[in-house]
Design a protein around this ligand. Structure first.
Ligand code: SF4
Length: 488
């Protein structure tokens, strides 16, 4: 065992990995010791990633309509969650959506689709999208998140220029049957292996807070290490109403931070991403989490709304980090977008657009927590319906995403929620039924205000305190009717 986290970090830096027992001890760090744990994990983070933050952006190619029964997912069959459902964006629509994130500083675009797995025809849709995207943005990494892969599909994706494949293990093998009956843990492992064999960079992570024990959490983290995942999205369960895990609240901000630190200790040189549910569960500790993780999804998640992209960029800069691969100011200026996201606090940051985010789950869940939606985009439709994906996202409404999200938190007088706080005994209190979860009331920055007034950026919301990406007309139409378009 170790005397303190700093000593353990030294040992890891010297090439000696932590054991499951040590990881469990780290997870059980008491709250007064939390900053020491973060500082030690931060040493590992800086050793491998410096002070950079990789920004990812989700594009939900297909939303909802899934016949699988993943218990955390708002896109599962018969889920009562009111999400936007649509089938396959065209390559042009997908590229249009992706560009919102790219202009906001994203160096990786994640193409997500709901469902058990793609048909070969659907893989063809994705390859055409990737080719169109790479033609216009050759330096952008593309990660596909399409569910379980069949023979040859990973090779087809790799041949089309896909760089990475996301398929989350989500939870421990010993907990898997409690969250899904329509596919197995081994099915997921097999898909990650297929992706690796085809030369795709494996991206696989977790959804925490799904009634797993601490021991099962450690089991899952070590499984990801052994699987050789290059990037590890960590999603925090958003317990959507209408799903079997509705009402499951077992996380606190401190616990989330400790989980991220443990993942860093176990996988010190891997890209670790705070993904779906970070706003809801990490809350004001997100900047502290940047000292542990080195990646995030910009803006919204697959089926739920994250914090405004500008707020993410501001948070990165305010905490002293820089966006990986941020373009020079001169280039950004040519986009008529104010300043760079890589500059210090107070500077006008790069374009703030809203994105969508991670799936994190299985299929196309947002990384991070599966799911999928039109990001940046999808989100709200003319009728207020939303889009979604694995990660359990919540619907976004025209009025406020707050109404959309996972219900269960009790709103306070100012409209924010109290979700996440603990009672004096450390337990997470029961939430009431009607509230929103994701804090979305970020003020519009001067940079974003300029973008809005240019008529070339995201739409301003009615109360002018939030913005959302403008959806393509097709997406709006699909969203408005929540009809299912035939696969292209
Ligand atoms: S996680 Fe993926 S496979 Fe599971 S229900 Fe959601 S969309 Fe379907």
């Amino acid at each position: 065992m170790f005397k303190n986290p700093a000593e353990l970090a030294e040992r890891v830096l010297a090439g000696h990995p932590v054991t499951p027992d040590e990881a469990l001890e780290l997870l059980h760090t008491d709250d007064p010791g939390m900053l020491d744990l973060v500082a030690a994990a931060g040493r590992l983070r800086r050793e491998h990633f410096g002070m950079t933050v990789k920004v990812n952006y989700l594009v939900n190619l297909k939303s909802g309509l899934c016949a699988e029964d993943c218990g955390y997912c708002s896109q599962r069959l018969n889920a009562g969650t009111d999400i936007l459902k649509y089938s396959w964006l065209s390559p042009e629509q997908a590229v249009e959506q992706a560009e919102y994130g790219i202009k906001g500083g994203a160096s990786r675009v994640c193409l997500v689709a709901s469902g058990r797995g793609p048909s070969n025809r659907e893989v063809g849709n994705v390859t055409r999208t990737v080719e169109a995207l790479k033609e216009q943005h050759p330096d952008v990494e593309v990660c596909a998140c399409l569910g379980l892969l069949k023979d040859g599909q990973a090779e087809t994706l790799s041949g089309a220029g896909v760089d990475a494949y996301n398929h989350n293990l989500n939870t421990a093998e010993s907990n898997y049957e409690s969250i899904c009956s329509t596919h197995t843990y081994q099915d997921r492992v097999d898909t990650v292996e297929r992706a690796k064999d085809a030369g795709l960079s494996p991206c696989s992570g977790l959804i925490v807070g799904m009634k797993e024990t601490d021991e099962q959490l450690i089991e899952a983290v070590f499984a990801l290490r052994d699987l050789g995942s290059d990037s590890v999205p960590v999603n925090f369960l958003m317990p959507f109403e209408g799903t079997p895990l509705a009402g499951t609240w077992q996380l606190s901000p401190q616990k989330c931070l400790k989980i991220l630190a443990v993942v860093r200790f176990v996988c010190p040189d891997k890209e670790i991403r705070m993904a779906g549910g970070r706003e809801m569960h990490l809350r004001s500790l997100q900047p502290l989490a940047l000292h542990v993780v080195n990646s995030l999804f910009l803006g919204d998640y697959l089926t739920s709304e994250g914090q405004a992209a500008q707020a993410d960029l501001d948070m990165i800069a305010d905490a002293g980090f820089t966006v990986l691969g941020a373009r020079p100011d001169a280039e950004r200026a040519s986009d008529a977008v104010p300043a760079s996201a890589a500059h210090g606090a107070g500077a006008e940051q790069g374009r703030a657009e809203r994105t969508t985010t991670p799936c994190g789950s299985a299929c196309g869940s947002a990384p991070g927590s599966g799911g999928a939606t039109v990001s940046g985009g999808v989100g709200s439709s003319a009728d207020g319906s939303t889009t979604a994906a694995d990660s359990g996202a919540a619907p976004r409404g025209e009025n406020a995403s707050a109404e959309a999200s996972v219900k269960g938190a009790a709103p306070t007088a100012d409209g924010l929620t109290s979700r996440g706080s603990r009672d004096a005994d450390g337990t997470v209190p029961e939430r009431g039924a009607a509230a929103s979860s994701v804090p979305t009331a970020a003020k519009v920055s001067p940079a974003l205000a300029a973008l809005l007034s240019s008529g070339d950026g995201p739409e301003r919301d009615e109360d002018e305190t939030r913005v959302r990406l403008e959806l393509s007309p097709t997406v709006r139409r699909r969203g408005a009717g929540t009809s299912v378009a035939p696969n292209a």
